[in-house]
Design a protein around this ligand. Structure first.
Ligand code: PRT
Ligand code: ZN
Length: 307
């Protein structure tokens, strides 16, 4: 059986000596600066991929994983991935679906969450998409807005602008806007209210549709790590002390990976219980555990989780 490194040798380089330069790398495009930059680099770091020489340049590589990292504007990433300049990329779903390039979404990454929303003046009426009929809508997302209007069979005028969309109604350029929203404070400060959702978005990993076998194998290796990091981020390790007469009830509250670990404490009549809790129902379960008599509850982050 050839090793992964052998399988990854570029055919064009085969006559060479098989030096490290000959090894095929997974080329990944991430945002150069902006809202996705830090989380993208952190994700690579958390998957154990170290970047050489810092990150303040157009391209770098990893010391310990066959990966080359390109730092680009987010809007350009889908095109680069379609053209196979990069094999994979990290970018917001809003950009992927607006650019509509031939790329495949492989995994949602759980950061960069926002929504592409319709907003109108605070005192305007809006009950449904039909209220946009014959109105002027300012946006940097003309493709997604047109899809939204078509879906609701509404005809409206789309004004594509390149930034500061939120000021368009105030200066009389539009009656409504479609823009990204996270906290909602930008809309609020501009006298607008959010009235409808065009798209829920988060950062995703996209890939070129025709990856070669070697890159596909590297992608799977990378994805395995990404999923372990995501799982760990969504779960917490919990340790608590329980009186033995309450053990059964407490164990029933804890899902655990198989079932909770129970160890006797030095103090007779007490046990230590260890388990893993999902972030989603965390507070709910903690309250029930306390009510059931659990004491000394410790909650610790998990670094990686392979199940
Ligand atoms: O330079 P480059 O082209 O790479 O970056 P960019 O300026 O186009 O994008 P950037 O860095 O602003 O955003 C990158 C990605 O982050 C977006 O494509 C989204 O996928 C995601 N994201 C998450 C957001 C937001 N949240 C967000 N709130 N992108 C932009 N915003 C803006 C929004 O446009 C509006 O101006 O923040 C403002 C609203 O925020 P709130 O909190 O006031 O509602
Ligand atoms: Zn951009």
């Amino acid at each position: 059986m050839p090793t992964v490194a052998q399988r990854c040798l570029r055919p064009a380089n085969l006559p060479g000596s098989g030096s490290p330069d000959d090894i095929m790398k997974l080329k990944i495009a991430v945002q150069k600066s902006g809202r996705l930059y830090e989380d993208s680099v952190k994700l690579l770091k958390d998957t154990g991929i170290d970047l050489k020489n810092g990150v303040n340049k157009l391209k770098t590589e990893s010391d310990n994983f066959p990966m080359e990292i390109y730092f680009l504007r987010d809007d350009d990433i889908p095109q680069y991935v379609e053209d196979a300049v990069a094999d994979v990329g990290i970018v917001g779903e809003n950009v992927v679906y607006e650019k509509n390039k031939k790329v495949e979404v492989v995994e949602q990454l759980g950061f960069g969450k926002c929504r592409l929303s319709v907003a109108v003046g605070r005192n305007e009426k809006y009950n449904h998409a039909g209220d946009l009929s014959n109105r002027r809508i300012a946006t940097t997302y003309p493709f997604l807005v047109q899809q939204f209007l078509d879906k609701h069979q509404v005809k409206a005028e789309i004004h594509e602008i390149s930034g500061s969309v939120e000021i368009a109604p105030g200066i009389g350029l539009a009656d409504a806007i479609v823009d990204l929203v996270s906290s909602g404070s930008t809309l609020f400060m501009n006298g607008l209210k959010e009235v409808d959702t065009v798209l829920q978005s988060q950062a995703v990993l996209i890939k070129n549709k025709n990856l070669g076998d070697a890159q596909q194998q590297l992608l799977e290796k990378f994805l395995f790590r990404v999923r372990a990091v995501k799982k760990a981020r969504n779960n917490k390790y919990i340790l608590l002390n329980a009186p033995n007469d309450q053990l059964e009830q407490i164990i029933r509250l804890l899902p655990g990976m198989k079932s909770p670990t129970v160890l006797p404490l030095a103090e007779p009549g007490w046990s230590s219980v260890h388990s893993v809790l999902s972030e989603n129902d965390f507070w709910d379960i903690i309250e029930k555990l306390k009510a059931a008599g659990a004491q000394g509850i410790l909650v610790v982050p998990i670094e990686k989780m392979v199940v």
